[in-house]
Ligand binder design. Structure first.
Ligand code: IMP
Length: 422
């Protein structure tokens, strides 16, 4: 599989953290290329739960180098807290972490603006993580953002920050919102910058040299296909390219160096935040929440849940060029019978086999289901595909066939061992 782009094929929270952790064993380098600390990857190992927001999940394995690429937006204070938290859990962080000098910064005024924009939208709110991600990428696109390279030059950073705080405080004041203290932000960010300095490099050059030496890279996607700023359910999306192309732009590694795209999808569907979810089902949500599953890693919000949506997964396979699939959370359906699979949408009497681009039209789509029998047996102890009950195997094969990619991994629980590789 060599250089692999791993992406979420649904609305995020597909269980990517665990799959990344498993695949990292066979890679040298793991790269994050988009998003910020809106992401939350959970990895459970030897009874300890590790939650990662900015640092690639590869950090948990010795001898692997983790890179935070140019496409990521970084809150340096949050990143320092994450490094310290991992160190307290016994994870060594030193030469195994590299941060791009081109990555943009998330600042406290971005978070306040994120909150204000959500309040201003009222019922039409996006349901963001309130981590300031949209406003930070907004500054990047407007060419007014501050970058890690600015933070590495304290006098320059202070000067640029002063202007940015003045500009953003006047907006916040006009909105009747809390403003930020320039002095406090300046101190906190310079302090965080000093801690991060040893990790900061030109990661593009590092990655290209590593490729020349034959190193193998895993590009770990954050969020999911339908949260992509271009291809997702706009405007109910995040502000980065969560699809496979984002791995190239967000790392500086060109497309022809990529060998494989691995799509991760749950055996059912979930979404946090607002926006259409055609297969949403209250009973499935209730059952999963009662099992203690499907609460957000970053915000703790209960996720919305529904049946597997093959219209969406087929489209995700198209946009990302998914070669191989990892199907996660199969065990979440152990008690469900019958199980529904959405194989098409009906919109105003018309049959659709691709999702409409317009958010309101997607919202109006009615799913067309096929029904299969559940296996009603715990699957968490399965270690080989043949250990799974026949109906579970049939279900997984059906999802794969409808999506149009090769089945590579089935995950039946959060532990590393609960992973079936085909
Ligand atoms: P933002 O990225 O905080 O601006 O949020 C925009 C949308 O993306 C909201 O619906 C969030 O719930 C969703 N979102 C952002 N990050 C994640 C994630 O890591 N998993 C799932 N949903 C996410």
């Amino acid at each position: 599989m060599a250089n692999t782009i791993l992406i979420g094929a649904q609305w995020g929270d597909e269980g990517k953290g665990k799959i990344i952790d498993v695949l990292t064993a066979q890679r040298d380098i793991v790269v994050r290329s988009q998003g910020g600390n809106n992401a939350g990857h959970t990895v459970i190992h030897r009874g300890t739960t590790y939650i990662l927001h900015l640092i690639p999940s590869g950090i948990l394995r010795r001898g692997k180098v983790c890179v935070i690429g140019n496409g990521v937006v970084i809150d340096p204070v949050a990143l320092v807290a994450e490094i310290e938290g991992l160190r307290k859990l016994g994870i060594a962080i030193g030469k195994n972490l590299l941060i791009s000098d081109c990555a943009h910064l998330v600042l406290p005024y971005h978070r306040l603006l994120d909150e204000q924009r959500e309040l201003g939208k009222g019922r039409a709110k996006i349901g963001t993580t309130k981590r300031g991600i949209g406003p930070a990428y907004g500054d990047k696109a407007a060419r007014t953002g501050l970058r890690i390279s600015d933070l590495m030059q304290p006098a320059l950073f202070t000067k640029k920050l002063q202007a940015k705080v003045r500009e953003n405080n006047s907006i916040l004041q006009a909105l009747g919102a809390q403003t930020v203290s320039f002095a406090e932000v300046n101190d906190a960010y310079l302090k965080a910058g000093a801690t991060l300095r040893p990790f900061v490099v030109n990661t593009v050059v590092y990655l290209h040299r590593a490729l020349q030496r034959g190193k193998e890279i895993l590009f770990e996607g954050a969020q999911g296909t339908f949260l992509d700023i271009d291809h997702g359910t706009y405007p109910y999306v995040t502000s980065s390219n969560t699809t496979a192309g984002g791995a190239c732009t967000g790392s500086g590694v060109p497309p022809h160096r990529m060998d494989c795209v691995l799509g991760v999808m749950k055996a059912y569907t979930t979404r946090v935040g607002e926006g259409a979810l055609p297969t949403e089902d209250e009973d499935i949500a209730k059952m999963l929440h009662e099992m203690g599953r499907e609460f957000g890693t970053t915000t703790g919000r209960a996720r919305r849940c529904g049946w597997f949506d093959a219209v969406a997964s087929r489209y995700a396979a198209m946009i990302n060029g998914i070669d191989e699939l990892a199907i996660t959370n199969l065990d979440g359906l152990d008690a469900v019978d019958p199980i529904r699979i959405c194989v098409g949408y009906r919109l105003h009497g018309k049959h659709l086999d691709v999702p409409p681009s317009d958010a309101a039209q997607l919202d109006a789509c009615e799913p067309i289901y096929e029904e299969v029998r559940g296996w009603k047996t715990p699957t968490g102890a399965a270690r080989k595909f043949s250990d799974l009950p026949l109906r579970a195997r049939r279900y997984v094969r059906r999802l794969t066939e409808l999506t149009g990619a090769k089945l590579r991994i089935v995950s039946v629980g959060p532990a590393r061992a609960q992973t079936i590789t085909l």
